[in-house]
Design a protein around this ligand. Sequence first.
Ligand SMILES: C[S@@+](CC[C@H](N)C(=O)[O-])C[C@H]1O[C@@H](n2cnc3c(N)ncnc32)[C@H](O)[C@@H]1O
Length: 252
Amino acid sequence: MARIGYDDRTAAAFKAVRAVPRDGLAEWREAVRCHLRPSPGMTLADIGAGTGAFAASFSDWFGLGILAVEPSAAMRAQIPRRTGIQVLEGYADALPLPDDSADAAWLSTVIHHIRDLEAAAREIRRVLRPGSPVLIRQVFPGRASRIELVRWFPETARTIDTYPSVEQACQAFAAAGFRQEALEPVPQTDQASLAELLAQADTFRHADTTMRDLTEEEFFRGKERLRRAIQHAEEPASPETRTSWLDLLVLR
Ligand SMILES: C[S@@+](CC[C@H](N)C(=O)[O-])C[C@H]1O[C@@H](n2cnc3c(N)ncnc32)[C@H](O)[C@@H]1O
């Protein structure tokens, strides 16, 4: 069970506001390239693939074969169907993949939804060929101050504090034989204006686990902060204003 239900409405909201446009992901592309060292014929398991934004990006950027594993039918329905992307129903702790069938695993903002991270790590160990990396894109407790939504809606950090920490994630994967190779904050930038962010706030509230947990009062105060910033010369937003830094944790 994920922390929120990924039904049709959530899947549509997620696709509308959570998929960072490609031109804002240049630094993610380079960070992943550096640790993955992609080569023709490589297969990547995208676990908790969501609406397939990264599956499509990795297919286009690196020509990888993608195994997109996703438990929610509504999210799966949004994944682009095309050559090179195989869409599969499944959970991280029960992967519908044979032993030694992938050269890398990618988990983007997924591990806080996984009930038994150690069991998932064992499954990932089973499906990865020896020496393959696990790439985790995640917001970790205590490392979320440069997340844009936290800036405007600071109480979202309350939910992030309940997510697995870096240490907990590393421990779960260590039990399955993985060692931490890197932990680096990587920026992503949204080119849209703050006014657009404000206009999307209700959709974000539906699509984002941390926003869902806000009280009405906290949500209202956050929108007020955004309104004031828009009125007081921060509009159009500078790239720094619309930049979020998530972590890339690499284990091998
Ligand atoms: C925040 S979304 C991230 C989607 C995608 N990885 C991305 O970054 O755009 C989290 C996804 O994890 C999926 N999920 C929830 N529990 C899961 C589990 N136990 N195993 C695999 N995926 C899971 C959800 O259905 C949802 O699509």
